[in-house]
Ligand binder design. Structure first.
Ligand SMILES: O=C(O)CCC(=O)C(=O)O
Ligand SMILES: [Fe+2]
Length: 272
């Protein structure tokens, strides 16, 4: 019998009780992955890891191979903070709709956050459901998108929406420019969905720039409509994980401060 948390009907976003998370992680991590795939986003409150870096890395390994970044600890865990000393170009970097590592050939399959410290009013991480957004398009529109490949430029995308903080210079491409299908068949769930239409999306192969921009902008505005969204507000000791292939996400602006009740420190791991 299917686990009760695995549902036939997708409900976007799910708060999984801590004890169930811990138990499934030990006894049946495959079911845990199914729950994440089923709901797109899973939020677990009050985990309070004893060894945050080690414990988060252990969780991550149940979901795939952690992507290594060249942070100060040369670890798969990136520590993000709102410290006052953060230089301007590094601030609010994730305040734009994106999918993690989408400028690389493989993209991240899951991303997870663990909150070490949170402001009194934690900022939201906002998620949008690319599967439902695709299903709600009419068949003619869906058919017209089939086979289109979106070009990604790590130096920056072309599709800007309200409230985003963009315009920073990104990283030089390490692995060459990549293109991803605009309509993806999810490798694990088999569902068709929108994909790779925001963040570093910089054009569509075979389309003039104006037409590509128009298509990407319209689809992105569609995908981030309120009815496709959920949000997670991470408190200290809490954890969130999302299906990065099927979910578009954005951080929201945070005050840069070292004062008590305003600090935010979050660990992030993405896996392939
Ligand atoms: O800080 C957050 O809430 C999200 C961060 C994020 O999306 C990222 O670092 O890629
Ligand atoms: Fe992200």
């Amino acid at each position: 019998m299917a686990h009760p948390k695995i549902q036939a009907e997708r409900r976007f976003g799910y708060r999984l009780p801590r004890d169930e998370f811990t138990q499934l992680l030990q006894s049946d991590p495959g079911v845990l992955m199914r729950i994440v795939l089923d709901h797109g986003v899973v939020h677990v409150r009050d985990l309070h890891f004893g060894d945050p870096y080690g414990d988060l890395a252990r969780v991550a390994r149940e979901f795939g191979s952690p992507i290594l970044y060249n942070g100060p600890r040369a670890s798969a865990c990136i520590e993000m903070s709102n410290s006052e000393g953060t230089p301007e170009p590094e601030r609010n970097k994730a305040v734009e709709w994106h999918q993690d590592d989408i400028h690389t050939p493989t993209s991240a399959s899951f991303t997870m956050l663990y909150c070490l410290e949170a402001p009194r009013h934690p900022p939201a991480t906002v998620m949008a459901d690319l599967t439902r957004a695709f299903n709600d398009l009419d068949q003619v529109t869906q058919g017209g998108l089939d086979g289109l490949m979106v070009r990604h430029d790590p130096l920056g995308g072309i599709v800007e929406s309200d409230g985003e903080i963009r315009g920073r210079v990104g990283h030089q491409p390490a692995e060459g420019l990549v293109a991803h299908p605009l309509v993806l068949r999810h490798p694990r769930t088999g569902s068709r969905q929108l994909f790779a239409l925001a963040g570093t999306a910089a054009g569509i192969l075979g389309k003039a720039d104006d037409e590509a921009r128009h298509i990407l902008q319209a689809l992105k505005e569609h995908a981030i409509r309120p009815e496709y969204r959920t949000e997670v507000r991470l408190a200290a000791g809490s954890f969130a994980i999302w299906d990065n292939l099927a979910v578009l996400h954005s951080a929201t602006p945070v005050r840069y401060s070292d004062r008590d009740g305003e600090r935010r420190r979050v660990l992030r791991v993405s896996v392939r």
